[in-house]
Structures are given as structure tokens and as C-alpha cells.
Design a protein around this ligand. Sequence first.
Ligand code: ADP
Ligand code: MG
Length: 465
Amino acid sequence: MDKEKIWEKFLEQINQRVSVVTFNTWFKELKLLTINDKDIVIIVPYLAHKNHIINNYMEMVEEIFLELLGVVHNIIFCLESEYKERLEQERINSPNMNNLINESQEVIEKFVQERKTNLNDKYTFENFVVGDSNRFAFSSCLAVAQNPGKLYNPLFMYGKSGLGKTHLMHAIGNYINATSDLKVLYITTDEFMNEFISITKDSGNKEENLNYIDLFKSKYRDVDVLMIDDIQFLGSATVTQQEFTNTFNSLYYNDKQIIICSDRSVDDLKMFADRLKTRFNWGLKAIIAVPEFELKVKIIKNKINNYDQTLEISDEIIDFIASNCGSDVRNIEGAITRLFAYAAIWGIKQLTLENTLEALDEYTNNMLYVDKSINKIMSVVANYFNLTVDDLKGKKRSKQVANARMIAMYLCRTLTDETYPRIALEFGGRDHSTIIHGYEKIYEDIKNNGELEKIINELKLKMSE
Ligand code: ADP
Ligand code: MG
């Protein structure tokens, strides 16, 4: 039997003997590294796997391998890093085995390569366009990528949506992956929160609960670089915040690099424990400001270069886009995509300003005249019902306030691209399930309530005034 076959049979056997949840949690991600006459080496993703399997399933594992191979083996569970150390030790102890050791080394390198997938390789330092507004952030990120855990820890990067924070985080990760074997983990705050919530949910089995928590801790603490995006969303989740503080401490005191992104400054983070905010201030803070006109032009030219070069776009058009499509780079990219699609559909080879105006008409109009932001919606709704924005954000439960509040939630969800957690944050840091509830309530009510529908339409009209 070859190695793959043995492993396949092994997993099959395990699968038959344990529950689905156990299998998925503890066995699915294991990898068979080597089998020789004496040893079977299995790589585990996190320390928690190793401890848990050795404590609970070792006998079963040994039994299955004995059945499959007919010989007793020494079964070793280890992390990649541990295995590397072992190899180095072996190299010293038995220099005549170097060939075999090199082979194992290659296999392990392959594992490391496969693991490096949770980043988007589209985002690099090379394709990030630098100008005055983002130079400091760019340089800080590059310095951290070159000296992870050593120079600036944590790195706290903040700035409005669409200015390149996520891009820079991935660039750091890609750089570190290309230049070292450090373990890098990128996650969004939403993912961190959801995972923590699902793991701490009571499964009815105390031991199982504790195991899940162990696994969670391992996952976030056994890394060399942790990047967490959009931390502002942690504001509405007190318990998860506490867990994040623990994660932070564990990494920080082990000199592991932490990189945090936020759409607002540390001082403006609402509903955050002071303990956590203080920690964000320990390292380096870097703001990405709104791009200046010259930078926008540079970014636009850069994006255009990625497209079909047969379409001619004059400087006048580039200036037009730079001045009329806002400062969110995501929007600017959208405008360019649209322009190229427009030219392709109409078979245009040389765009005029007139074409451009037409192609981007809706686009620039939306950008310039309709402010559909959450704040705008809140103020229009508050005005309409003779309330204040603070009433909507606050806790008052009178029927009139509660109703206006739900209507505002509904409009925020339908008129903006904002996520539930973000809307929740703006509504005084409520839980995001409250927003879902408000949205669904109005969504259902409109169906049978003509009066409500009329109100909603009037509000939408006011929104574009
Ligand atoms: P944020 O995380 O700050 O909201 P993103 O990193 O998601 O923003 O950036 C939005 C889009 O704009 C991405 O496609 C990103 O590549 C692009 N972008 C932003 N800033 C730049 C820049 N300076 N140079 C090149 N692309 C940029
Ligand atoms: Mg982002």
C-alpha cells in the first residue's frame, strides 16, 4: 500500500468510529508526513490537536495503524515547526542519513507552502500606489513586514473605507510568506467574532466545550503574525473583546507581531474597554488619509494599465474621474471598470469627455448628489418623525421611537452597502441581531401596510434632496 492509500484508509476508519463533529474538529486537517519502518509522523495544524488526540484517541489511532500495517509503529504527532527542529537534530546526530532527511525536509516545505493560502496574492506592496496621504502607513507596513515582531508592535492602521488598509495587510502577509516560514494569519473581526460565538455556544457536553475553546486559543495564539481587520466591529461584543484581549496579551508577550486595522482612530472606538484601547496605543499608529488629487491620478493611471491598451483615455478624462468619483479607491476602480465596459459595448476606441460623462452619469450623480450614508438616513428619519438622531441611537422604547428606529434600520440596510455589524455600531453599539430583526419586521410589514410603504417612499425621496 502506498502512503496516500494508507492515510485514506486510516481516515475512513476514524470516521467510522467517532462522531462527525469530532472528526471534523480533530482529524480532518491532519496530514500524514512520513511512514518508515519505525515511525509514523502526522502533522497537526495546532497544538490543541496534538494534546487532544494524544489524551483521548491515541489507543484508537495505534490500533487502526496496527490493523492496516501489521506492525507496531511509533506514532508521532507534531507541528511543522517541531518537526523541523527534529530534522535539524537528526542531521547532527546521524550525518550519514542526510539524504533521507533532505527528503523529509522537502515534504515539510510543501506543507508550509500549502498552508500559505489565506491571503489574497493580488494585494502586494508593488501594486500599491504611494502618495503623501498614505506614505507613512505604507512605510510602516513595509518595515513591519521586514521585521515582524521586532519593530512596531502592535501596528494600528486606520483610515476611512476604501483607502487601502486591507490591501496593505495582505501585502504584509504576502511579503512575510515569501521571505520567511513564519506562520501568518489574516482574519476579519467578523470571522473572529463568529468563530468565538459558535465555539462558546453550549454543546451540552462540558468536555467538548472546553476542547473547542482550546482549539480556538491554539489557532490564534500559535502564530507568528496575527492580522485582524475592521476591529471597530468588536465594539458591540463584550465577551469576544475580552477573549481578543487575552489573545493579544499572549501574542504580545511572546514577541509575535500584531497588526490591527480600523476605520476610526483608537480614541473614536466606541464601546471598547479602556484596557484594550491602551494596548492599541502601545505600538505604532499609522493613519491613511484621503488621497490627494495627484495620488488619485496615479492610482487611476495604474489601474488603466491593467486593461486593454487599445482604448485611449486622455489626461482630461483621468482628471475628470479623479475630481468627480469621490475619494474611496474602491469607487474609483468601479468607475474605471464601468468606463471600459461602456467602451467595449459601444465599440469605442477613443473616449471623449462626453462619452465619459454618459458612461459615468449615474455613477458620479450618485456620488455627488445622494448622500446615502447611515448618518444621512438617521437625520432624515429623525426629522420626519420629529425626533432627534440621539433618540434613534438611544434606548428609549416608546412605540413611536421604536418604530422610527426600525424604519431607519431598514433603510440603512436597503440603501447602503453597510454590513449589519457596522449599522449596529452606528445605532449606539447595539447587537447586530437587533438590526436584522428591525429590517425583517419592516420588510414584512410593508407587504400589508400601504401607509408604511408610503412613508418609506417619502423618506427615500427626502434622502435624495
Ligand atoms: P479598506 O480596507 O481601507 O477599506 P481596501 O484595501 O479594500 O480598502 O482597498 C479598496 C480597493 O482599492 C482595493 O481593490 C485596493 O487594491 C485599492 N486601493 C486602495 N488604495 C490603493 C492604492 N494606494 N494603490 C492601489 N490600489 C489601492
Ligand atoms: Mg478593508
